[in-house]
Design a protein around this ligand. Structure first.
Ligand code: HAM
Length: 428
């Protein structure tokens, strides 16, 4: 019988890589607490309708990429492909638009999209996201971009660029889409087959196409760009955001082709890109979604946010950090010499655990040679042994791995010594 493997597009996160995840999660939580974004945990699956209405029927996500299934009660459920629609659902469901209309939330967790897997593109992947709901100010767009930028900065990621665009409001976008659709209609023969279909169903998505023939169409001087269609208010919103970003010293470029893969965006859209991951170059993306609440049956509520792909950030971190350097090293290796020694060391483990002192406990089925070799391999400075003759006297053996010295000590002496070692490890 062959062994069972993890499904295509999913993977186990384990071994030393986990230290990179802990570091990333720590930085996200630190920033969330600094900016006072509260954590929200929404369900892994939601009604399919939430994404159909929220993300948009005509998007690739809804058309091709969702893990949708009926449950035993005949309801259509979908593993969440993203976090913004669920967060807005929670906001409306809990009546926050009435009781507490301005909320700042963050989340972290797995998302699911049926995509063709490759480096940095998974079927189960992880995002962290920040959402500010109830805020319409361009300064709030800037706060969101600042957080995305600071995460990268705190992780020391380099070679990143920020691209921004405005997709306008309902009015100016409608006008733009009409002109764009007209233009694409005339250029039909020069577009790829995919774009010819998109031009009818979801014309903005055409701008995402990487095919050279389509790119040529976009480069033509007659190609209509959304910036030329922004109404006065959308233009002011965009200018204010740009001004604040310049004041914050966050470098950005305007990309009029940046449309994003979800239908809920209005005005600001942005992406943080890396030059180090090939085709999967977006490590974070977001923007304003002033229509999302209404699309979900709620009143008009503005909102802005972003989500970042954690696997992609981990790939960048793995080029920069030695994962083991992020691990917490055990200070002590506990080596029982016999069965009574196991009991004595478990009592010691209980005291160490209560004090949250890191240690590694082995068992007496292995001999002293094994223990010392393993302690050395782990880079542990002190081995504490229990059992044998010393054990009968209620004593432990303390072995300093660097000098090789060892001596017996009582439990009281040992506990006092452990505290000293802990303090000196913290000071160093
Ligand atoms: P998104 O651009 O679809 O936006 O995803 C955000 C980030 O998730 C991407 O930039 C990428 O880093 C990562 N990502 C997406 N798909 C995959 C995948 N298959 N494998 C690995 N990483 C992936 C959203 O999801 C919006 N909810 C962002 C947002 C929040 N907008 C406003 N608020």
């Amino acid at each position: 019988m062959s062994i069972i493997k993890a499904p295509r597009g999913t993977r186990d996160i384990w071994g030393e890589e986990i230290y990179l995840w802990h570091k990333l999660e720590e930085v996200v939580r630190l920033l969330a607490s600094s900016f006072q974004y509260q954590e929200i945990r929404t369900p892994i699956f939601e009604s399919t309708e939430l994404f159909a209405r929220g993300v948009g029927e005509a998007t690739d996500i809804v058309q091709k990429e969702m893990y949708t299934f009926p449950d035993k009660g005949g309801r259509s459920l979908t593993l969440r492909p993203e976090g913004t629609a669920p967060v807005m659902r929670a906001y409306l469901e809990h009546g926050l638009n009435i009781t507490n209309p301005r909320v700042k939330w963050f989340y972290m967790g797995p998302m699911f999209r049926y995509e063709r897997p490759q480096a940095g593109r998974m079927r189960q992947f992880h995002q962290f996201g920040f959402e500010a709901i109830g805020y319409s100010q361009p300064a709030c767009d800037a706060e969101i971009i600042l957080i995305a930028w600071l995460v990268s900065k705190k992780l020391g990621l380099e070679n990143l660029s920020l691209e921004i665009n405005s997709l306008g409001c309902n009015q100016c976008r409608e006008e733009y889409i009409k002109v764009l659709q007209d233009f694409l209609g005339k250029e039909g023969k020069n577009l790829c087959a995919n774009c010819r279909t998109r031009a009818e169903k979801n014309p903005l998505r055409v701008l995402d196409c990487k095919e050279e023939t389509c790119q040529e169409v976009f480069r033509s001087s007659a190609f209509p760009v959304v910036q030329d269609f922004l109404c006065g208010e959308c233009e002011r919103h965009q200018e204010t955001l740009e001004e604040i970003l310049r004041e914050l010293d966050i470098p950005f470029s305007l990309n009029p082709y940046l449309v994003r893969g979800l239908d809920y965006y209005t005005r600001t859209a942005f992406e943080v890109k890396t030059g180090e991951l090939g085709a999967q170059d977006a490590i974070a993306g977001g923007g304003r979604y002033d229509n999302l609440s209404s699309a979900l049956g709620g009143p008009p509520v503005p909102g802005v946010g972003f989500a970042a792909g954690m696997e992609r950030i981990i790939l960048l971190m793995s080029k920069k950090y030695e994962p083991s350097s992020l691990a917490e090293q055990p200070l002590f290796y506990l080596a029982p010499l016999d069965i009574p020694g196991e009991g004595a060391l478990l009592q010691l483990a209980s005291s160490l655990g209560e004090r949250a002192i890191p240690f590694y406990l082995e068992f007496a089925d292995k001999g002293i040679k094994y223990h010392l070799r393993k302690a050395q391999k782990m880079g542990v400075g002190t081995v504490i042994m229990a059992g044998g003759e010393e054990g009968e006297k209620g004593e432990f053996i303390w072995k300093d791995m660097s000098s090789g010295e060892q001596r017996s000590m009582s439990k009281e002496e040992l506990l006092a010594r452990l505290g000293e070692e802990r303090r000196s490890a913290e000071d160093s």
